[in-house]
Design a protein around this ligand. Structure first.
Ligand SMILES: Cc1ncc(COP(=O)(O)O)c(C=O)c1O
Length: 370
């Protein structure tokens, strides 16, 4: 039986055709018509006007901080319950991360803790709120807190393309938002990202910075430090084919999530990531928590049993305030994400996962019980 992966790429169908077209037209230099079209298409899907295609979501978050002029002496509030790539760019920029715990209702940034951090730390100039596992943050609350303190809101929507906040698509809630097209996301360019915003000036500045900050001149003239962060036209061709089926991919992931809930409905001690009432998650990964006292099994027993059956699963993110590399960084709260890390598991959630494989995942999981 083939290995079941957590979230493998899912080919849409037209990737090879669009890449071949790019090669035939000789647009294999970094920029080109597929990059321009991909930017316009992603901006439309995110409900914003401006977008710049980049080499990764990490690069998008980094450039967001650079265009805001964040640097030494500044602090940036950041969700603690996330992947390290949300926080690393704060350090690249020379600023200090201030970690904010998740709340129980959504597993995303707790607005009450953000409020405390903002009240106590005047050095905070921006906040990176992470749309976790495909679910948007509580932006009505977070946006109001940031506006009150004139703190710029950066939305880490790398996991939430295609999700909804109210009836708005994910990506328009922050002042700037980052997407990722890494191989494990709903759609992929094999590696890539995008920075989007309603603010055209920021995006044009990011575009310039991403191509080595070249000034308009016949020779290479530079007045600021640049980066080599652009997405290639070949990868944008893959992205366009993938983006065309985004709605199907969201529907498939949500269906898989619903089915896990049905199959595990009677199992005591197993709970699912709550879906916030204010939006609709893209269900990038289906996440459970296991209470050992009630479940008669635990997270690690389940993970190892799945691995023995060649099924990939993964503990929930280890929060940033517990990561050795961020030891000493200020943190607000922390118990919630620590408990989620201890008890939580991401189940195979790829949009091509078959019903039979999903059944197998559940059978292996249930068989670990005493
Ligand atoms: C929450 C989060 N932030 C940032 C990133 C970085 O994106 P990329 O891998 O495209 O650099 C990822 C994904 O990898 C992510 O899951």
């Amino acid at each position: 039986m083939a290995r079941v992966y957590l979230s493998p790429p899912h080919i849409a169908g037209r990737e090879a055709e669009l890449v071949a077209e790019a090669i035939e037209s000789n647009w294999i230099a970094p920029l080109g018509p597929h990059v321009d079209a991909f930017e316009a298409e992603v901006a439309e899907v995110a409900g914003v006007e401006n977008a710049v295609a980049l080499s990764s979501g990490t690069a998008a978050l980094h450039l967001a901080l650079v265009v805001l002029g964040i640097g030494g002496g500044d602090e940036v509030a950041c969700s603690s319950f996330t992947f390290s790539a949300s926080a690393n760019p704060i350090v690249y920029a020379g600023a200090t991360p201030v970690f904010v715990d998740a709340d129980a209702a959504t597993w995303t940034m707790d607005p009450a803790l953000l409020e405390r951090a903002l009240a106590e730390r005047p050095a905070i100039r921006a906040a990176i709120a992470v749309d976790l596992y495909g679910q948007c943050c509580d932006y009505d609350s977070i946006r109001a807190l940031c506006a009150e303190r004139r703190v710029t809101l950066i939305q880490d929507s790398t996991e939430s393309l295609g999700a909804l906040y109210g009836d708005e698509p994910s990506g328009g809630q922050g002042d700037l938002a980052a997407f990722s097209f890494n191989g494990n996301k709903l759609i992929t360019t094999s590696g890539g990202g995008m920075l989007v915003s309603r603010n055209a000036e920021w995006i044009e500045h990011a575009r310039k910075l991403s191509t080595q900050a070249r000034e308009i001149a016949p020779h290479y003239e530079h007045t600021e430090i640049g980066f080599n962060y652009r997405l290639s036209n070949l990868l944008a061709a893959v992205g366009r084919a993938q983006l065309a089926v985004l709605a199907d991919r969201v529907a498939a992931r949500r269906r898989i999530n619903r089915r896990y809930r049905e199959l595990l409905a009677g199992a005591p001690g197993i709970s699912f990531m709550p879906e916030a009432g204010y939006g609709e998650s893209n269900c990038w990964l289906t996440c459970i928590t296991v209470d050992p006292a009630e479940a008669g099994t635990d997270r690690e027993r389940i993970r190892l049993a799945l691995e023995t059956e060649d099924i990939e699963s993964r503990p929930l993110w280890k929060p940033m305030h517990l990561q050795p590399v961020f030891a000493g960084a200020p943190a607000y709260g922390g118990e919630m994400s620590a408990r989620l890390f201890e008890r939580g598991l991401c189940l195979p959630s790829g949009s091509a996962l078959t019903g039979a494989d999903q059944r197998r995942v559940v059978d292996v999981l249930l068989a670990t019980r005493d």
